[in-house]
Design a binder for this molecule. Structure first.
Ligand code: HEC
Ligand code: HEC
Length: 407
């Protein structure tokens, strides 16, 4: 008999409290900024009537750039495979030493990141930012959000292809299914020291085949009780395809809600484009999914320089859900959003000894100073890209009987 795996609902979503006080404060700040002559945002030169719907996304031409909402409807999901995927995502059975799961580094309350600058997998102890490294040490990179990853690669007009969706900070994998194999094989993330890379697939397949509940779940999801790593990857892909949050205040405004963004946030959106942020942070996820050389310092805990795609370029990250995903950049080099934005205020000099200043991305060189009030108004716009409503359900138990997430 298959037992049921009930879900624990983490804290219910709380609606934003009144906007009156923040709006008042914003107006005061506005008056003060103009009064002291520091930074006056350009008058907003667009309206909602300029918005054009293209397929399932809403687009707005702003100073020569196309700004786009996320698609209104979420991608289709195979429910049975996704529910199996959720259990696998939380089950340390996929880890060589059976103490780490995907969820160890991808926690729902942090939009499926972990709050650490650099992730800690197998051998570690503790949950989220309190996690401490064990015998496999610290992963060189910052855990990425899995919210809206189903749309990775989406362009301004809403075109995307799940099979070739770029994955990781260096785009080295294409699509969820190919991506999922990597953490399973990685010694530091999940495999650990007990098995080598060649053996780990067979070890996992055997463990799943020996588990009666998984046998039933695989049979029901795939019409075959075979428990191959390929099927594991497919189930994980289906689960992650359901992790979407496409109703941020920005999306609502683009779809016609006049009240979801205030004047200052709209002004921030225009400054975001004027400052050239949108040259790289473009499309519905505010990423061009292309690697760029920014010359930021190495992560504090890396053991050797991280060259990203090989040229010290890293993929432009999405700017959605930033309220949940600190710290920022590929190795959590910046702890707060203010610090991340302030980075763009530094003189255009490489801060990485392996990157020459002459190799910095040209688009970066055009970004103006941030410390004169421009940064704070852009930040107010970035805040409209948070959508707190997404799947945060945690299984209370997983078929292996191990603690979900390994915690
Ligand atoms: C040890 C912590 C850790 C574990 C365990 C882990 N991840 Fe990750 N995940 C990361 C880090 C760090 C990155 C970025 C890695 C890189 O760029 O090389 C990442 C990146 C990803 C991405 C790419 C997102 C994007 O936008 O490109 C996906 C998808 C993902 N993980 C899913 C999973 C799944 C599924 C599992 C379980 C099979 C898993 N992760 C296990 C830490 C972890
Ligand atoms: C040349 C392309 C480019 C431009 C222009 C650019 N960015 Fe970025 N941005 C990136 C890349 C690439 C990263 C990640 C770099 C890394 O981790 O090594 C990044 C990272 C970030 C992050 C951290 C996000 C996270 O999840 O880690 C924020 C916030 C950010 N940028 C905001 C901005 C703002 C605001 C502007 C305009 C003032 C801007 N960016 C201009 C390419 C760019």
């Amino acid at each position: 008999m298959l037992r049921t795996y009930s879900l624990e609902h983490s804290r219910p979503y709380q609606h934003k409290t009144s906007r009156v006080v923040p709006t008042l404060l914003c107006c005061l700040a506005f008056i003060q900024l103009s009064a002291c002559g520091e930074f006056t945002p350009a008058p907003v030169d667009f309206t909602q009537s300029d918005i054009v719907r293209v397929g399932d996304v809403h687009t707005l031409e702003l100073r020569g750039r196309i700004i786009s909402s996320l698609p209104e409807s979420a991608p289709a999901v195979n429910e049975k495979q996704a529910e199996l995927g959720r259990l696998l995502f939380w089950d340390p059975i996929l880890s060589g030493e059976q103490d780490a799961a995907c969820a160890t580094c991808h926690l729902p309350e942090r939009a499926y990141t972990d709050g650490l600058p650099q992730a800690i997998g197998v051998g570690g102890a503790g949950r989220g930012p309190e996690r401490i490294a064990g015998h496999t040490g610290v992963v060189p990179r910052n855990s990425q959000t899995l919210i809206n990853t189903a749309w990775n690669g989406i362009d301004e007009l809403g075109v995307f292809d799940p099979a070739t969706a770029p994955m990781f900070w260096d785009n080295r994998a294409s699509g969820f299914a190919a991506q999922a194999i990597e953490p399973i094989e990685s010694r530091q993330e999940m495999r650990g020291n007990f098995f080598n890379q060649d053996a780990i697939h067979q070890v996992i397949e055997q463990r799943l085949a020996n588990n009666t509940d998984y046998q039933i779940l695989f049979q029901s999801a795939f019409n075959s009780a075979e428990t191959t790593v390929d099927q594991v990857a497919t189930a994980l892909a289906q689960f992650q395809t359901g992790l979407v949050a496409n109703n941020a205040p920005f999306d609502k405004w683009m779809r016609g809600d006049t009240t979801s963004m205030n004047a200052r946030e709209l002004s921030g959106m225009q400054e975001f484009v004027i400052a050239g942020c949108a040259d790289c942070h473009s499309g519905p996820l505010f990423s061009d999914f292309t690697p760029h050389v920014l010359g930021i310092p190495e992560g504090a805990l890396v053991t050797e320089p991280d060259s990203g795609d090989g040229t010290f370029a890293f993929r432009t990250p999405s700017l959605r859900q930033l309220d949940f995903t600190a710290p920022y950049f590929h190795a959590g080099q910046f702890l707060t959003l203010d610090a991340a934005i302030d980075f763009y205020d530094e003189p255009r000099r490489s801060e990485n000894p392996n990157v020459r200043s002459s190799n910095l991305d040209e688009e970066l060189l055009d970004v103006p100073e941030m410390d004169d009030g421009r940064g704070t108004i852009i930040k107010d716009f970035l805040k409209t890209l948070n959508d707190p409503v997404f799947d945060r359900n945690i299984p209370t138990a997983v078929p292996s009987g191990l603690p979900p997430g390994g915690f």
